[in-house]
Design a protein around this ligand. Structure first.
Ligand code: HEC
Ligand code: HEC
Ligand code: HEC
Ligand code: HEC
Length: 322
């Protein structure tokens, strides 16, 4: 168990809420989490002491994040041992991939939204009196019909895609063993790629190169994630989108970075058409930006109006040019 006894969230000053983290296999703790927590200690006793101390300091809702084996069975034991926790959230790998109905152990609510980002668990906390909030939880399936948050929509497509990639990799290995040739694979792209846009829009391309969007793949390279499908959706153009490539190599080589069509939309028809007003979108709605600049990825909140000047400039949609 880790000692993570800080009061973290105070949503709209309504509820002092605290989060504790329970991890029973230290090798599972990511460096990013480690950075948040100075001290680590894995005993149930420490977590219990944290819970008591948090209550004394005024936490009205305590949420425990679990990364344990044996799923609900173990979570039930931990709930009993900790005694006074409101919610225990089971992490991935701790149970089967499908979400589970909520289990109540005394007053502790054990929730599990399944693995692989196919579902989203949501807990509503409503506070009307001094007795602590009423909690209500539900699980949302992240299907493609969840449109208003493309970053979330991306999570829904990535898992099936990873499974497909694994199958294809195995089939390719089998072919190699048998000395068979790799079949040619064709894709019909709706995206034209930056190379194509730059043939005519030289000033826009030159300006775009000065923006951080032009280095998005380099950024991934620095951390060794430039072949990681989970990152390419926002650091390349059109990956796994309708009309975009589904191959990592193609995404990296032909559609690297946050290119023209990340904002203007898939524009191969514009490249081909005679009427150059068609097949692309000049206007870039804020939701296009927020599709990638999601709260979990963005450092701070992106403000559309103040952000625009840093992605536009002379030669490309500069205020003075319009
Ligand atoms: C063969 C040359 C050519 C290529 C290639 C090309 N464009 Fe264009 N584009 C034009 C011309 C010409 C216009 C019209 C300019 C005007 O009339 O104001 C235009 C206009 C645009 C507009 C403004 C549309 C509007 O309604 O005002 C956008 C956005 C645009 N292009 C994006 C792209 C993107 C993205 C690509 C790459 C996929 C691309 N273009 C490739 C020639 C090209
Ligand atoms: C396809 C995903 C994607 C879209 C769409 C997108 N961005 Fe970005 N944006 C990124 C990524 C990734 C970075 C980080 C690039 C880097 O530093 O490697 C970034 C960086 C930025 C930065 C510089 C860093 C910062 O936060 O100050 C600004 C400003 C920005 N984007 C504004 C916008 C605006 C405005 C729009 C819409 C008009 C937009 N972006 C659309 C992915 C996207
Ligand atoms: C939902 C879209 C999205 C996904 C998926 C995504 N990123 Fe980003 N990433 C962004 C945006 C937007 C920015 C710019 C954030 C800013 O400047 O505020 C960014 C910036 C970054 C940066 C530079 C700023 C920083 O945080 O230090 C790094 C590094 C980075 N991303 C790595 C990754 C890695 C690694 C992955 C995959 C594990 C990934 N990103 C997946 C959207 C995304
Ligand atoms: C981060 C989002 C973003 C990216 C990436 C981007 N643009 Fe734009 N672009 C915009 C916005 C916003 C405008 C201004 C739209 C308006 O006039 O309302 C614009 C305007 C334009 C225009 C019309 C005004 C002008 O300057 O001619 C063209 C053409 C264009 N972009 C082409 C491109 C090309 C080509 C690329 C890639 C080299 C590119 N854009 C990359 C957001 C983007």
């Amino acid at each position: 168990m880790m000692n993570f006894d800080r009061i973290l969230i105070d949503f709209e000053k309504l509820e002092p809420t605290a989060v504790i983290l329970v991890v029973e296999d230290e090798t599972q703790v990511r460096d990013s989490v480690r950075e948040l927590i100075e001290e680590t200690d894995y005993s149930v006793e420490t977590a219990k002491a944290s819970v008591q101390s948090l209550r004394q300091r005024g936490a009205r809702t305590i949420v425990g994040l679990l990364h344990v084996s044996e799923g609900v069975t173990r979570a039930t034991e931990i709930a009993r041992a900790l005694d006074d926790v409101d919610v225990l959230v089971l992490g991935h790998g701790s149970d089967d991939p499908a979400p589970r109905p909520t289990v109540m152990v005394g007053r502790t609510r054990i929730v599990y939204a399944g693995a692989n980002g196919t579902h989203l668990g949501r807990i509503d906390a409503r506070s009307f009196d001094a007795g602590g909030p009423t909690l209500e939880d539900r699980t949302l399936a992240l299907t493609k019909s969840v449109p208003e948050q493309p970053g979330v929509g991306f999570l829904a497509v990535i898992e099936p895609e990873l499974a497909k990639m694994a199958t294809e990799k195995a089939a390719a290995a089998e072919r190699r063993k048998k000395g068979q040739k790799e079949p040619e694979v064709y894709e019909n792209w709706g995206y034209g790629s930056n190379g194509a846009c730059g043939l005519c829009h030289t000033s826009e391309l030159a300006q775009w190169k000065t923006t951080e969007h032009a280095h998005a793949l380099d950024t991934l390279k620095k951390s060794g994630h430039d072949r990681d499908p989970a990152c390419l959706g926002c650091h390349t153009t059109g990956y796994l989108q309708r009309g975009g490539t589904r191959f990592v190599e193609t995404a990296v080589k032909q559609f690297s970075d946050v290119g023209c069509e990340s904002c203007h939309g898939a524009s191969v028809l514009h490249v081909r058409s005679i009427d150059k007003k068609k097949g692309t979108s000049r206007k870039v709605e804020p939701r296009v930006c927020f599709g990638c600049h999601t709260p979990d990825q963005n450092l701070g909140t992106l403000d559309y109006a103040t952000a625009l000047p840093s992605i536009l400039g002379p030669g490309h949609g500069a205020v003075g040019d319009r």
